[in-house]
Design a protein around this ligand. Structure first.
Ligand SMILES: [Zn+2]
Length: 174
């Protein structure tokens, strides 16, 4: 898509409007699916994209809250165990997926792999992700801004207990 390559070539410019548009789109999908929790929003986005988003938990490297892994048939969001801000990290990783940020390709994993081997591989991946995250400041900014905006919308919705139409309201942030 030309839109996508255009946004890539414009890397370096932070656009609240671009992020707000993405949050709008996500919230519209969420409203269609009556999704009021972040996990439900992730599930709704997966259905909308016709591509599974699996949420997994693993022991990640120090300082690593979450990471993404891409497989031919699905995306996997891996969240660190006992995360104090699980939802924010989940929203952050969802932002990367929505923006189609490039991540490191997942290594081949055999179905017979033991839990220990998978944990080991995930910890190795976590180290790589730190490097990759630092390398793309714009992607990190977009994911963080997306997470903040989306969490604010969900909080407003859940505190007011109004209809899902609240998810569609325009929010000015920043
Ligand atoms: Zn990130």
């Amino acid at each position: 898509m030309s839109e996508r390559s255009e946004s890539r070539t414009q890397s370096g410019s932070r656009s609240y409007r671009r992020v707000a548009a993405a949050v709008d789109a996500v919230c519209a999908v969420a409203a269609d699916f009556d999704a009021t929790t972040l996990d439900a929003v992730v599930a709704a986005i997966a259905v909308e994209r016709r591509r599974e988003i699996e949420i997994a938990s693993a022991r990640l490297g120090p300082g690593v809250c979450g990471q993404r892994r891409f497989y031919p048939d699905r995306d996997v969001i891996v969240l660190a165990e006992a995360l104090p801000s699980r939802d924010h990290t989940l929203a952050h990783e969802l932002g990367h997926i929505v923006f189609d940020h490039e991540g490191a390709p997942a290594p081949e994993v055999t179905l017979e792999a033991s839990d220990d081997l998978i944990a080991y591989m995930l910890s190795q991946r976590a180290h790589e992700q730190i490097v990759a995250d630092g390398a793309d400041e714009l992607a990190e900014w977009e994911a963080e801004t997306f997470a903040a905006m989306l969490m604010t919308r969900l909080r407003v919705f859940n505190s007011r207990g109004a209809g899902v139409s609240v998810l569609r309201f325009d929010e000015a942030l920043g």
